[in-house]
Design a protein around this ligand. Structure first.
Ligand SMILES: NC(=O)c1ccc[n+]([C@@H]2O[C@H](COP(=O)([O-])OP(=O)(O)OC[C@H]3O[C@@H](n4cnc5c(N)ncnc54)[C@H](OP(=O)(O)O)[C@@H]3O)[C@@H](O)[C@H]2O)c1
Length: 343
């Protein structure tokens, strides 16, 4: 069986990665339909060696579509996802529009694939920082329930989209040339700097990105009782988010036990040998599918605690790959019929 796939936001960083991931994984596509704003309408993008024209997203874009992958921002998702679902497509949405809606499943296939089953046309893809954290922590939580998580993130500029990649590139050159920088995408210079501000500030003094990590983790892991606190920091890295994570379990867990569990865990690769400076790095994670875990050690401040360093490609596992894996899971479990079969 083959499926008619629509990509909304096809010209963006995540949209481009959708195309790459669908091609690389040989996703069973009958046809691909590319959408963006009127700015890109008429551009041609290559998909599986065919040139496909990008169209402006419109209410009638989703007729006959089986799967609609959305990555064009929350406003576009809020407007067009219900229309796409109404047309009979299953929407997998990368924005923050629906993630905390109790009627919409929020899915990481390694963790809660069964939640896909209660969708009503829209499935939410979690935030990039949340995905890599839960992929690394859930296998440990199943063995020894987690009570508390404290995370500090080091998030690459690709998490903000293509304009941020350009901003870092230009600013890095300007700084090296001794010129002044003018920030556009971020509130301050990002080249050779760190910004502890991702998404907007909330009334509780956390940023929205930090609060997403709290709420989304609890929803995906079905663990509303876990205490979580995060500090999210934008760093001058192009691709790959890194996280220093402090975990408190119900009972003590040794670093060796954690390594053994994670070595068997789906989607995880342990890179942990300090004697040869082996640990995950964003530069080597970029372009790959796994969530990498290293620097696993006892938390010297708590008998039931472990500390670890978790890195993943935020555009792949943090966005496009996770969404495509959701679609693959639906096909594998026979929860998705092509439109032709439905009508
Ligand atoms: N980057 C990440 O790591 C990441 C991770 C998870 C989720 N996401 C989410 O994915 C979405 C896109 O991120 P990105 O990094 O790909 O951003 P991006 O590179 O800035 O791309 C934005 C995309 O949205 C399209 N778009 C903008 N306005 C539109 C409109 N009015 N109608 C239709 N399409 C429109 C753009 O099309 P034009 O070319 O026509 O402007 C472009 O294809 C965001 O919701 C983001 O939160 C991103």
């Amino acid at each position: 069986m083959e499926y008619r796939v629509a990509i909304v936001g096809a010209t963006g960083l995540v949209g481009q990665e959708f195309i790459k991931v669908l091609e690389q994984r040989k996703f069973p596509m009958n046809s691909v339909h590319l959408f963006a704003s009127d700015r890109s309408a008429g551009r041609k993008l290559s998909v599986a060696n065919k040139k496909i024209e990008v169209k402006e997203t419109a209410a009638d874009s989703f007729k006959g579509i089986d799967i609609a992958l959305f990555s064009a921002g929350a406003d576009i998702s809020r407007h067009f996802s219900p229309i796409a679902a109404q047309s009979g497509a299953v929407v997998i949405d990368n924005s923050a529009a629906f993630r905390m809606d109790p009627e919409i499943p929020l899915v990481v296939p390694e963790i809660n694939p069964e939640d896909i089953q209660w969708h009503k046309g829209i499935i939410a893809n979690p935030n990039c920082s949340t995905i890599q954290m839960v992929v690394a922590l859930y296998p440990l939580h199943k063995v020894n329930p987690i009570k508390r998580i404290i995370a500090a993130t080091y998030q690459s500029v690709s998490g903000t989209g293509s304009a941020a990649i350009e901003e870092l590139t230009i600013q890095a050159k300007q700084v090296l040339d001794g010129e002044a920088t003018v920030p556009h995408v971020y509130p301050h210079q990002i080249a050779f700097n760190l910004l502890p501000e991702i998404d907007v500030f909330l009334d509780n003094d956390y940023t929205k990105e930090e609060w997403k990590m709290v709420q989304e983790t609890r929803k995906i892991m079905h663990a509303p009782e876990i205490a979580i606190s995060a500090t999210c920091v934008r760093v001058p890295v192009f691709v790959g988010h890194s996280e220093a994570i402090y975990v408190e379990f119900s009972e003590p867990m040794s670093p060796d036990e954690a390594r053994d569990i994670l070595a068997q865990a789906p989607g995880v690769k342990v890179l942990d040998d300090p004697t040869v400076s082996l640990y995950p790095q964003p530069v080597s994670a970029a372009g790959t599918d796994e969530v990498y875990v290293g620097r696993i050690r006892r938390d010297s401040s708590h008998p039931n605690g472990l500390v670890m360093w978790v890195v993943a490609d935020n555009i792949r596992k943090g966005a496009a790959l996770n969404a495509v894996q959701i679609a693959e899971e639906m096909i594998k479990r026979e929860w998705l019929q092509p439109t032709g079969a439905k009508r």
